[in-house]
Design a protein around this ligand. Sequence first.
Ligand code: 3HC
Length: 287
Amino acid sequence: MEIKRVGVVGVGQMGAGIVEVCARAGYEVVAREVNESLLAAGLDRINASLDKAVARGRLTDEARRDIAARIHGTTALADLANVDLVIEAVPEQRALKVELFAALDAACAPQTLLATNTSSLSVTALAAATQRQHRVLGLHFFNPAPVMPLVEIVQTLMTSVETLSTARAFVASLGKTAVLSPDTPGFIVNRLLIPYLLDAVRLLQDGLATREDIDTAVKLGLNHPMGPLTLMDLIGLDTCLAIAESMYDEYREARFAPPPLLRRMVLAGRLGRKVGHGFYDYPDGSA
Ligand code: 3HC
């Protein structure tokens, strides 16, 4: 099966990046949000990213116009009826995603592949909400999606060989590298990343090091592009908490348990760059 038209559901931080990546690779993209104001905010985010690429000399004005013309915003799920692949990127809430997958199953043509960008929720649970379990998979992008070269392809017990080979070809067409993971909580990357990020919060919470020293230690001692607290601000503390909770729920291992400081920061609305403050302050609102 060849993918020509892609639908992206949810045009927040990750969804907007995925729309941009697909449109840049030449796909027609239907971008769906639940209301006009969220849709406008998502499209603004994409346009700002394209403008930045033009300003940096990475994209010509003409290419930018062509990319923008391939992106079609909508609030109607029915507009996804004829896409070949849907990538879901709504918030990390199991009930919301299960309900959405049932609705997508009803709205989309029978041959449409349904993918989730979930970080840690069960892809199998989403597949089970549909009548096309062999055509459901995970396509896990990394933040910022236009920059990060990896996509985890997540296979459930029901995902067909044909679905996987279509997914591999699709990921390659985006210029990204795929790794294959079974549907296990956190897949490959978050299984490694989340305990490390939570340990950084514990170091800070227990007063063992300052936020600057934790981040500087990792940046300069391990040559990571950013330290763990800066990275959590980029990912979003609410997203980090949701991932940790769902991994702890499945594994019941202390290393996945969210530390109290993380929970309190989320309760306090310190969600990271997207709201202007997290472990650090971002006076311009975002990065
Ligand atoms: N959107 C689009 N492009 C962006 C961007 C964004 N949000 N942020 C940066 N870029 C682009 C810049 O435009 C620039 O492009 P250019 O080289 O073509 O001009 C390039 O990326 C480098 O950006 P900068 O020079 O501004 O900054 P850095 O060199 O510091 O790179 C970074 C920024 C790419 C974010 C780098 O710091 C990095 O790789 N950080 C780690 C990110 C990471 O680990 N992500 C994974 C998170 S885990 C995850 O997503 C899984 C989930 O389930 C939790």
